[in-house]
Write a new protein. Structure first.
Length: 629
């Protein structure tokens, strides 16, 4: 058993450390570190629009250069074998565009050789090709019809634009708009990417790939969809003009106060090119504001700069504040109260796209970024409510809490689970689109991690009025989505450790007993994968392979998730728990990759996140829960 005095001192020291990191506005602001895609795109945009900011370019180039592997490739997670094709293509193009590297540099030759060895430029991902097409470095696909007409399909069609997830719409809308005129900006300084083609590759893409991996039934459906879309090739110009106007208004109406498109840097890059494609000048107010928004996403750290895809102050502040309270810091502490006030002011008051499938509820959610005013999500909402609820006896907080709870409960899907952003965006027909990892990008279905974390919040809140909600459907949903090995898949974290932690803590909060077979299977899974170093570690490969893949080492954050799940299912500490706690108490286990491995998931195989806040949050929360056992 860990000595209580040692445990209490570690908890106190870590609480004090976090309190010292708080900003004057009550928030905590850690880096949301993603892959290099946003850095590469920013370099290219700066050069294309002649933005005078050489300090920024040099800082981003420095990050790209330091991230390159010995074989010339770039990776999107540390243990990715050999490298990532799309990331390498993007960074190669960006470094050439920067002017600080040329094709003859040894590192660039290695990068080009890696791309060719992996199939060449034509094997890049869809968004990579779209961005290169906007910059005159890759041809737009040869389509027999204007796909933008899709946005005019009415809601009663089997598939319509609002069946896509919110994040898919944010990226597809500007691409559809730019594709209408096959828009591109090509300058004298535009780099040539011919070195990235294999000798036998044609220049460009066919528009109807043969999806031989589909079953015969799915190929039949795909063929029907293809034939239907082919009938759209001779649409009247009036309809095409209408889709152009619709897309323009969609983009303009989804710009956040800081100028970004739904607070995502990635979608904002595409929006800028899309607006240029329909006549907006680079000096127009909307594009200049978008550039300012992108610059506000830049995180400065020593000599290295990074364009965060979506800064996370709301998420970080909500999690840290709740963790500090659970770890023993009084809610009356001046800094805790300051954080609560910050969160109170970030509750959303405007209707967003979520209202399309949920029209009879007033706004009340929270978003991820400080600039986010129309794009709430489930995770941020219950994380903020966990703090707001501590003050609900006060009128302002009480009204906020009631509004937030109403919104959160209304977002439960018909199947009983919770999605990330919008209910009812789970049309599986979209998963048949011939795009890699489209299922994860195109739809926003219920997931074990969102469902479990929401149940954990609802099951532990004070106040009996909200405990009247029926957990039956959510528990049943988790039951049907447990894997054969006892785990659950986590969509927004890596991956089976994350999903299993969320599901187990959620089930226990609803009253599911520790001897329930679901709980026992989940506990057995976690115990079986504990490492010899007493911790837990899981690879991002789990996300793409959809099965558990261990790391060769443990990580502090994943260990915290696993131990917290086991603590929730134990009447008293077990040997597995004790070993895990010892791991979390050892400061050496927070150094190197153990403390920095990316455990946040964005898009399988493409985008993973190193949350710089997580090593401070989850181990402390787990230690606090362990102390209470």
């Amino acid at each position: 058993m860990v000595q209580s005095s040692r445990l209490e001192k570690v908890i106190q020291d870590r609480c004090d450390n976090l309190l010292q990191m708080q900003h004057s506005d009550g928030s905590w602001r850690f880096c949301f570190e993603g892959s290099t895609i946003t850095d590469a795109y920013m370099i290219i945009l700066v050069r294309v629009l002649d933005i005078q900011n050489e300090t920024l370019v040099k800082g981003l180039v420095h990050r790209l250069v330091t991230k390159q592997q010995a074989n010339g490739a770039w990776k999107v997670f540390p243990d990715e074998a050999k490298g990532n094709l799309s990331a390498t293509i993007e960074n190669y193009a960006a470094l050439l565009y920067s002017g600080y590297k040329n094709a003859a540099d040894p590192m660039m030759k290695k990068a080009a050789a890696f791309v060719r060895a992996r199939g060449g430029l034509k094997k890049a991902g869809l968004l990579t090709k779209a961005f290169l097409a906007m910059n005159g470095q890759y041809p737009w696909p040869r389509l027999p019809f204007d796909p933008a007409i899709f946005v005019l399909f009415p809601s009663y069609f089997p598939v319509n634009f609002y069946d896509f997830s919110s994040y898919a719409r944010a990226h597809f809308a500007p691409v559809l708009l730019a594709n209408q005129t096959r828009f591109s900006i090509k300058k004298n300084a535009t780099p040539n990417l011919d070195a990235l083609y294999t000798r036998d590759q044609a220049y460009g893409d066919d528009y109807w790939p043969e999806l031989t991996f589909l079953s015969s039934d799915l190929r039949s459906i795909y063929s029907t969809i293809k034939e239907t879309l082919m009938t759209l090739k001779n649409l009247p110009q009036q309809l095409q003009n209408k889709s152009t106007q619709w897309l323009e208004q969609y983009l303009l109406s989804h710009i956040e106060p800081n100028g970004t498109l739904l607070s995502y840097a990635s979608s904002t890059f595409f929006m800028i090119y899309a607006l240029l494609s329909i006549g907006y000048g680079k000096d127009s107010s909307v594009i200049q504001q978008a550039i300012k928004g992108l610059l506000s996403n830049v995180f400065y750290r020593d000599k290295t700069l990074h364009v965060q895809n979506s800064p996370s102050p709301v998420w970080d502040t909500a999690l840290i504040t709740d963790t500090l309270i659970q770890a023993g810091v009084s809610k009356n502490n001046e800094q805790i109260r300051s954080a609560a006030d910050y969160l109170l002011n970030k509750q959303q008051e405007k209707f967003g796209d979520w209202a399309f499938h949920n029209p009879n509820v007033k706004p009340g959610g929270w978003g991820f970024s400080a600039s986010d005013r129309i794009h709430p999500d489930i995770d941020d909402t219950h994380a903020a409510l966990a703090v707001i609820g501590k003050y609900k006896e006060e009128p302002n907080f009480g009204a906020s809490y009631k509004r937030g709870m109403t919104w959160l409960l209304s977002m439960q899907n018909k199947d009983g689970g919770w999605p990330a952003f919008e209910k009812g965006t789970d049309n599986l027909l979209l998963a048949m689109l011939p795009i890699k990892n489209i299922r994860n990008a195109a739809i926003d279905p219920s997931t074990p991690d969102l469902t479990g974390r929401t149940l954990e919040f609802l099951g532990n809140i004070d106040g009996q009025s909200y405990k009247k909600i029926s957990f039956r459907d959510a528990v049943r949903w988790l039951k049907h989505h447990q894997e054969d090995d006892g785990s659950w898949y986590g969509r927004w974290g890596v991956c089976y450790i994350y999903g299993t932690w969320a599901a187990l803590t959620g089930l226990r909060a609803t009253g599911v007993p520790v001897n329930n077979y679901m709980a026992e299977k989940g506990v057995r899974f976690l115990q079986d994968i504990q490492h010899d170093d007493d911790g837990w570690g899981e690879s991002c490969y789990s996300d793409t392979l959809r099965s558990y893949v261990p790391l060769k080492y443990s990580t502090a954050v994943q260990t915290a998730w696993a131990v917290d799940a086991l603590v929730s299912c134990a009447d008293q500490p077990t040997d597995s728990i004790q070993r895990g706690i010892d791991y979390l108490l050892n400061d050496e286990n927070y150094k190197g990759l153990s403390g920095s491995y990316p455990v946040g998931a964005g898009l399988p195989g493409s985008f993973y996140i190193k949350y710089h806040s997580y090593p401070y949050i989850w181990p402390l929360l787990t230690l606090a829960h362990y102390k209470g056992v």
